[in-house]
Design a protein around this ligand. Structure first.
Ligand SMILES: Cc1cc2nc3c(=O)[nH]c(=O)nc-3n(C[C@H](O)[C@H](O)[C@H](O)COP(=O)(O)OP(=O)(O)OC[C@H]3O[C@@H](n4cnc5c(N)ncnc54)[C@H](O)[C@@H]3O)c2cc1C
Length: 419
């Protein structure tokens, strides 16, 4: 065997899993991991590769701490900007019908906004420092052969063998297709236009989710840049096939940004490039096969309306890493059916429920029917005036830290770090 685990795909999910397994799991020695990605690492660090930020929940932060990545993220130029308040707006009204404030949650932070490019930089650095992780890229996986003891992975640069293969190769997963696993899903006929905006006045760590007819418009706080400019990340959902803000000239785009931001931000301007991502839902019928499992977008991709896609992927990673670590400590087969079934039982329903909830939210809030508008505003008002409901939504936004297994919470991520 070349490794204990082979991970197909070195995106945000695959590399986080590699760092988690390689750094702390399995008899305290770290699991031996080979992570294969078809792209050269430099392409993932190119500014045009990914313009998104990620809203990291409290639960995901714990996973990133266990993987030794969180302290690195906090030290990056863009850092991790805490969200202390969430404002929900609906339709054309400038009122704020619902606010979640960290003071109501015992001062706890709702989440942190991190820049995906910096995130990738930290992941590359982290896995480079781990003796247990072998990151091979560019290296495209083209075939698998499964037998009683392990899986042989064929790539365009040679073959690798391990008792367990994990597919973290994204929503078009080659691993999933090879396993013959079908999916359920649809396109939302929406795209998310993403950009960074600079604004006259500070954001005060407020995140805004404005539900508009064409889809949600989100403003996510970022750390001020080196020149002291106040910044926020924008996720602007709109229907595909219409006049997309992606192509508007900069003056028109800036005017539209200023009109969509609440007045207290002052004048708002585009900072850097705009990016567009088509939106759709994908859920795999099954997450496992003989000696193989799927995680993150290879298993489920959802609407970004609640910023939960990767957070759910981190829950997959935490569950699978805990099962693998436990099996190694007991000397059990880590590619065995018992472990894989336990993983699927733990994760599939949770992901299905979140995919369903984000789908429902998008349908409810991107609906122009007046009766739906009335129902929405009544619903928001009810939540605003019902403390138990508010508490429930706040704990959801934080990422249900209680779901995290003890092993992840207690492990020491640094002890196998190379000198
Ligand atoms: C607009 C938008 C905003 C979002 N905001 C948030 C947010 O705030 N919070 C949140 O939690 N989530 C968010 N998400 C979701 C999040 O971005 C995704 O869940 C996440 O990027 C998926 O990561 P991944 O590693 O699973 O897949 P990917 O990033 O797609 O990585 C897959 C990797 O596999 C590699 N690969 C593919 N095929 C092969 C092969 N055959 N051989 C080798 N390698 C292969 C690819 O090169 C790639 O590096 C958002 C999504 C969108 C679209």
């Amino acid at each position: 065997m070349d490794a204990d685990v082979i991970i197909v795909g070195g995106g945000l999910a695959g590399l986080t899993l590699a760092a988690l397994l390689g750094g702390a799991m399995g008899n305290g020695q770290g699991v031996r991991v080979t992570c294969l990605d078809r792209d050269p690492p430099a392409s993932h660090l190119n500014a045009s590769y990914d313009g998104r930020t990620t809203a990291v929940s409290y639960g995901s932060r714990k996973v990133l701490e266990a993987a030794g990545i969180w302290p690195m993220l906090e030290r990056t130029e863009t850092g991790a900007c805490p969200i202390r308040s969430i404002q929900i707006l609906d339709g054309v009204s400038r009122d704020v019908p619902l606010t979640f404030d960290s003071a109501e949650a015992g001062g706890r932070i709702f989440g942190w906004i991190v820049d995906n490019l910096d995130f990738r930089r930290c992941l590359f650095e982290r896995v480079r420092a781990l003796k247990t992780v072998h990151h091979v890229a560019p290296c495209a996986v083209t075939d698998f052969a499964v037998d009683a003891d392990g899986v042989t992975v064929t790539t365009d640069g040679g073959s690798f063998r391990a008792p367990l293969v994990i597919g973290a190769d994204g929503r078009q997963s080659f691993t999933r297709a090879w396993m013959g696993i079908g999916t359920r899903g649809w396109s939302y006929n929406q795209q998310a236009v993403i950009c960074c905006a600079v604004h006259e006045r500070p954001h005060n760590n407020v995140a805004v989710e404005h539900f508009r007819r064409e889809g949600p418009f989100a403003i996510l706080p970022m750390i001020d840049d080196a020149e002291g400019r106040h910044r926020s990340s924008v996720v602007w959902t709109n229907h595909t096939g219409r006049d997309s803000p992606l192509h508007w000239d900069e003056a028109a785009f800036n005017a539209a940004l200023t009109a969509r931001f609440p007045d207290w931000y002052g004048r708002v301007m585009l900072h850097g490039k705009r990016f567009a991502y088509p939106l759709g839902l994908v859920h795999a019928h099954n997450y496992i096969g003989p000696r193989m499992a799927l995680v993150a977008e290879a298993a489920h991709a959802m609407h970004p309306i609640a910023g939960q896609g990767l957070n759910m992927g981190f829950r997959d990673i935490a569950a699978l890493a805990t099962l693998i670590g436990g099996a190694m400590e007991r000397g059990d087969d880590i590619g065995g059916d018992v472990l894989l079934q336990a993983y699927q039982r733990e994760r599939r329903f949770d992901n299905m429920a979140m995919a369903g909830a984000t789908d429902g939210l998008n349908r409810l809030f991107s609906n122009g029917l007046p009766v739906m508008g009335l129902a929405r505003r009544a619903g928001l008002k009810a939540v605003a005036n019902w403390p138990r409901a508010k508490k429930f939504f706040m704990s959801q936004a934080m990422g249900a830290a209680g779901l995290l297994p003890d092993l992840i919470r207690d492990c020491d991520p640094d002890h196998t770090e190379a000198a």
